[in-house]
Design a protein around this ligand. Structure first.
Ligand SMILES: [Zn+2]
Length: 412
């Protein structure tokens, strides 16, 4: 038997006045998800614990069976991995933005006018040349999409326990990275980052790409802002832990990074973009195909979360309906007698606040051997009455592995 876990990012929500105090999930037409709810068992999940607002990284770690409160070591390294940048156990990686500062280092634009990827690539290549001369650590700087990039530090005695240089607000001065504990490693890493930021600024401010941008009246990308210092979480890959072959179908680098650490293969999908335009059917096809070679597949959809952060509940409903269509395509093309299917969200994202919230998320689980309950609908309200009751994110994987016959016996 094999298993598919479908995660609608930020899919759970709160009641919305304009929807007659229903949630987008309750309002959406979702015949496939309701059918799974009807034939399987339902419940609620606290991604980490009641009242804790989770980020997508810790929530995904948790849904893969890890205790994120123990193993999480920052976002930077996970995101780097998701972009295909190799990270080893002593490296420290950061998420970066090209930004614009004035001569007093006051941030005028945190995204340098959302600089195009081609220009950012030229800047990053020059920064990489500058970084080669850096004496105390091996530096890798790589731009990803538009103004975004990754900085990786490699060397002896580094630490991720340092603060960010990004003030996260325009009109404020860039920050100095400071150690967050009293170790010499944190002090050394903060010093490296501060020196490097200065060096990068010197290279960027005289760069031809920026001279050209200024001529056109565009904000120059003259600073690199660093945040989310992280190292690899120290975890046993679930592929080893349970002896399964596992893969992920996703567009979002952060989710791909988490899955990579968990030992899963990253499957390329045509048209998977992490946006409203993502190709849901290609994702379904990739999932069905992956089932031929893997025991466990995680299929992740980001668009539901994007709509929530944009505070667009009508669009969120549409994305949930597309996700339902994706699941329908999967269910029609797999052997339902031999496949366990679970659908949930990694966290609640409220269309009203535009933020992640701590409210628990609904979960449905169906397949051979699964007990049923009386719930007939996949929604926050309906699943609260389900037979799985209320579990933690990290409980889902053991429950699924037990049904797969892969659970490890505790005791004699
Ligand atoms: Zn998320």
């Amino acid at each position: 038997m094999k298993a598919i876990l479908i995660i609608g990012d930020g899919m759970a929500d709160r009641p919305i006045k304009e929807l007659n105090y229903k949630t987008p999930l309750e309002t959406a037409k979702k015949p496939t998800l309701n059918k799974i709810a009807k034939t399987g068992i339902c419940g609620l999940i606290d991604p980490i614990a009641p009242g804790i607002v989770p980020g997508s990284d810790v929530a995904t770690l948790s849904l893969l069976g890890y205790d994120a409160t123990k193993v999480y070591a920052g976002r930077g390294a996970l995101e780097a991995l998701g972009f295909g940048i190799e990270v080893s156990s002593n490296d420290v990686a950061f998420r970066c933005n090209f930004g614009t500062v004035d001569k007093n280092f006051v941030v005028l634009d945190r995204r340098a006018g959302r600089i195009d990827t081609a220009s950012a690539t030229k800047l990053a290549q020059s920064l990489q040349k500058t970084a080669k001369k850096f004496p105390t650590a091996k530096i890798l700087f790589k731009n990803t999409v538009q103004h975004r990039g990754i900085l990786r530090l490699r060397g002896k005695g580094l630490s991720s326990m340092i603060s960010s240089t990004d003030p996260a607000k325009i009109g404020q001065k860039t920050l100095q990275a400071t150690p967050l504990n009293k170790t010499p490693e944190a002090a050394k890493t903060a010093r490296i980052v501060n020196e490097l930021m200065q060096l990068f600024h010197e290279t960027l401010k005289k760069h031809p790409v920026n001279k050209e941008r200024e001529k056109k009246g565009l904000p120059p990308a003259n600073i690199v802002l660093c945040r989310g210092a992280g190292t690899l979480p120290n975890i046993e890959p679930l592929t080893q832990r349970y002896g399964i072959r596992a893969a992920v179908v996703a567009a979002m680098p952060l989710v791909k990074g988490v899955c990579k650490v968990a030992g899963m293969d990253l499957l390329p999908v045509k048209g998977a973009s992490g946006t409203y335009e993502t190709n849901f059917i290609e994702k379904a096809k990739a999932t069905v195909k992956a089932l031929e070679s893997y025991d466990f597949i995680l299929t992740h959809v980001k668009a539901t979360d994007v709509a929530s952060h944009d505070e667009k509940f009508t669009l969120k409903i549409k994305m949930i309906e597309k996700l339902d269509g994706m699941v329908n395509h999967i269910m029609k093309n797999i052997n339902n007698e031999e496949t366990l299917i679970a659908v949930t969200a990694d966290h609640t994202t409220s269309c009203e606040t535009g933020n992640h919230e701590a409210d628990p998320v609904p979960v449905i689980l169906a397949g051979p051997g699964v007990r049923t309950d009386d719930v007939k609908e996949f929604s926050e309200r309906a699943c609260a009455k389900g037979g799985l009751h209320r579990i933690r994110g990290m409980d889902l994987m053991p429950i699924m592995l037990n049904l797969l016959g892969k659970s490890i016996k505790f005791g004699a």
